[in-house]
Design a protein around this ligand. Sequence first.
Ligand SMILES: C[S@@+](CC[C@H](N)C(=O)[O-])C[C@H]1O[C@@H](n2cnc3c(N)ncnc32)[C@H](O)[C@@H]1O
Length: 228
Amino acid sequence: MAGREVNLLARYPKARRNVKARVGSKAENRAAALRFDREYFDGTREQGYGGYRYDGRWLPIAEDIVAHFGLRPGDRVLDVGCAKGFLVKDLMKVCPGLDVFGLDISRYAVRHCEPEVVGRLHVGNATDLPFPDASFRAVISINTVHNLDRADCIRALAEFERVAPGCGYVQVDAYRNPEERAVFEDWMLTAKTYGMPVDWRAILAEAGYTGDYFWTILEIDPEWTITD
Ligand SMILES: C[S@@+](CC[C@H](N)C(=O)[O-])C[C@H]1O[C@@H](n2cnc3c(N)ncnc32)[C@H](O)[C@@H]1O
């Protein structure tokens, strides 16, 4: 059974990005970002987020996730690549009683999580989830698995399927044409696996992943800054 292409981040705010600012010292920025440590979250914009702070932007997305999966109080949900737990916090806010957990490779992010999610976030690798089979009602992973190489990407997607069979939502970086690819390659710091939607569908199928999915596509604007 194949999953569905559905955009659960439709209400995520648009952000302008200055691609040129990153192109200059890309190698150092990339090396810093790939540690997923302080520089990536709370360093400069050239190294990553440039300050990863809670501002409530995930609340509408949390509402759409709850509605999409028909989540109810008592259901267990896992966010893989949860960073500081913003989405974990907002899912619990929009659906009181929902039992939400997160997992991230970054000890820094988990140590700097939102107070509401202390004890709910685990440090770990998406490729090897420390949870029993079918132990979650849904698994979410936004803009995370493209940070793994292709083999690990497939391992991670198979893990999502194992812990929440047929009930996943995965969003990954993609592009639809050579122009978008060029912009993406200039901007991105940490992605190791990326391609067109057709390439991603092949990876999802190879992993046996049957949940839902969508793409993060950087769009070009005339001033050579971009909006997503
Ligand atoms: C672009 S951020 C996305 C964070 C959050 N999901 C969001 O959309 O704002 C990518 C996240 O994936 C985490 N990450 C990278 N590799 C990972 C891995 N192998 N397993 C788990 N998390 C990983 C990073 O530490 C980071 O928090």
